[in-house]
Design a protein. Structure first.
Length: 343
């Protein structure tokens, strides 16, 4: 088979002849139908999650969707034919965190799909059965590409922040792959939502879903007291991770508010004083990916039409690098997707 593979961290993946994957015990072989493409896969390719040369060569792409076509020895034959999405984290499934349903905090984490094991930039892939999460079989494969990350991650954010109907949620970076689905999840929880972004097409999508679009080219002039008639934000979801964005988020919060941080950039430090947290009773909450249960719930929500997939660019295998360029330019509304059916 042919697909894309990384031979050096930080270099573009190259179209190559690849060996046919062989399924082993505890694994499933998946015929890949589509794969979501977002900024996280670019970070993976760049070596930001792991850059050990011994992990190479590697097929990237953690947001894959496909049909199980074979199970390993002793596997559950009923899995054959099921449509599944990949769970990004290679978790053990047995440690106390996994047993408690907090999979992304696995104590025995073995890495990530597309970094430590091959992903969906190839037409067939082998995954641990634990990482193949069934979704409704009638769910369109391209629509399903938003499930394992772009929708599941906002579900985890909503849980971590405890978003309820009385909340006022400001989303920084609201028109991107996670952001536009975060807007929908927060609205679905009954909260009032303001979506901050800098691209007209992204702001139009924010407004389409019933949230308040806010141009944030210069955050220093965005007055948080004007975003909602009822008061300042009670929750700020920071999908940008810049010093300016984090500082704005902290300053924007109503007393008792929560800032949710999702980015993992190094060296971006914001100076704060303890008295800020005491007087404002402010919380900074880290949100790390999603649980397996949240990925399954994301599949149900998309299949039921309760979350609308926003996929701004769909390309065939020969145009994967074009998707990367569009993502780097910041012009993609929602997620990008690789469609293997065009091969």
């Amino acid at each position: 088979m042919h697909g894309y593979r990384i031979d050096r961290w930080g270099a573009d993946p190259a179209w190559q002849a690849l060996p046919d994957p062989v399924v082993g015990p505890g694994e499933v072989l998946i015929d890949v139908e589509a794969c979501g493409v977002g900024l996280t896969v670019l970070n993976c390719i760049n070596g930001d999650l792991a850059n050990d040369p011994t992990l190479l060569p590697r097929v990237p792409g953690h947001e894959l969707v496909g049909r199980v076509i074979e199970v390993g020895p002793g596997g559950e034959i009923a899995m054959v034919g099921r449509r599944v999405v990949a769970y990004f984290y290679l978790t053990c499934g047995t440690c106390p965190m996994c047993a408690a349903g907090r999979d992304s905090l696995c104590a025995e984490l073995r890495g990530w799909v597309g970094v430590h094991t091959d992903g969906g930039y190839a037409p067939r892939v082998v995954l641990p059965v634990h990482n193949a999460i069934p979704v409704p079989d009638d769910l369109d494969p391209l629509s399903a590409t938003v499930v394992p990350d772009a929708v599941a991650t906002p579900l985890h954010v909503a849980s971590r922040a405890g978003i309820v109907p009385t909340d006022r949620v400001a989303v920084l970076g609201a028109g991107g792959g996670v952001g536009i689905h975060m807007v929908q999840v927060a609205l679905g929880a009954g909260a009032a939502v303001a979506g901050l972004d800098v691209v007209d097409a992204k702001l139009a999508q924010v407004e389409r879903f019933g949230a308040h679009p806010v141009r944030s080219t210069d955050l220093s002039v965005v007055d948080p007291s004007t975003l909602f008639a009822e008061g300042r934000p009670t929750v700020v979801v920071d999908l940008l991770g810049s010093v300016a964005a984090t500082r704005w988020g902290l300053d924007a919060l109503d007393p008792g508010g929560r800032l949710v941080a999702l980015t993992t950039f190094r060296g971006r430090q914001v100076q704060v004083e303890s008295r800020e947290f005491v007087f404002g009773e402010t919380s900074i909450i880290g949100s790390r990916y999603a649980t397996r249960a949240e990925v399954a719930e994301a599949g149900r929500l998309v299949a039921a039409g309760e979350i609308t997939p926003v996929i701004g660019t769909v390309r065939g295998p020969s145009e994967v690098l074009d998707i990367h360029d569009e993502l780097k330019s910041g012009t993609v509304v929602g997620r990008g997707a690789l469609d293997w059916s065009t091969t």
